[in-house]
Write a protein that binds this ligand. Sequence first.
Ligand code: GZL
Length: 374
Amino acid sequence: MKRKIVSVLVCAALAATMIAGCGSSSDDAAATTTEETATTEDAAATDDAAATDDAAAEDAGSGDVLTIGFAQVGHESDWRTASTQSCQDVFSEANGYDLQFVDCDNDSAVQLEAVRTFIEQDVDYIIIDPIVSTGWDTVLTECEDAGIPVIVIDRTIDDSDKYVAWVGSDFKTEGLACGEWLKAYAEAKGITELNILVIEGTTGASATIGRTEGFNEIAEREGWNILDSQSGDFTQDGGQQVMESYCKSYEGQFNVVICQNDNEAFGAMDAMKAAGVSYGVDGDVIIVSFDAARTALQYCLDGELNAVFECNPLAAPMVEEIIQGLEAGEEVETEIYVEESCFANEDIVPSITVDGVEKEMTVLTQEIIDARAY
Ligand code: GZL
């Protein structure tokens, strides 16, 4: 699968150099040296010619195709769909790539197997969005031994550093932003007591770990009451099931629901509607989500979500820059954070301060939503 970068001409020149260099006597040695020099010059000339041929081929658009193995988390959310689409758009045949894509269906064993298959296929690069943050060092060592560079996107790998770069989000900052906004929003609304239910993402995913850590840091600082925190696995069904259970177990006790992605929020909204619990800007329960895919932004504009905290899925263009830089033998960035915004329905919290950095709250309009890439 790996592209071929050594032309036949260069091999022949190298073989000729090796034969000429095999002489034993001093005269022969001189002759050999002369021949060697000549052959070396020939080889160099051939090498240049081959390089020129390759460059010409490249210019003619018939250059080497790079094979990319991409082990994607799954297809669990609108966010994931946007992430996959971004990679397929960038690493297309028209752009000179052969993308070997595996949807790992949220199954870590499948994901590890997909990476090992890429090694067997001898791809040029491997991209991984890790379902969970641990259990990676063995297979990443196998990639390193096979000489295949690995680029990690989105979620993080916490038990190995055997990859060349990572492009993604600061999940703890996302969680902190949500907490700081909730504090300011409650104050602006005159809400003095917050009783909170959390629908977490996939257990063990760095996105879940970071968002939970950040939000809980603010909750602890403010003395909020988190009644419960259970995983909805980043899916709409998961969010609905957890919220149905919450509506029974905590009936009349909660006034905030934190959903760690958009699709969980969609499920939670369905469950609260069925249970007769009002939510959103004009409801009894404040509800927020993370991701900010277009559907969630529309719900927020319509007042059904109070706020949405973006997690940008469009890492592929930055990954391509890294790969092209590596191909050109250049130094590349090894850690890139994507740009992210915070959206709200109402303009009562103009901005928040997260870890000492001021972040604007973007009050949604239809124009903003229509202009979004996903
Ligand atoms: C976060 C990403 C998460 C999204 C979910 O970067 O890994 O996984 O928040 C997705 O929508 O399932």
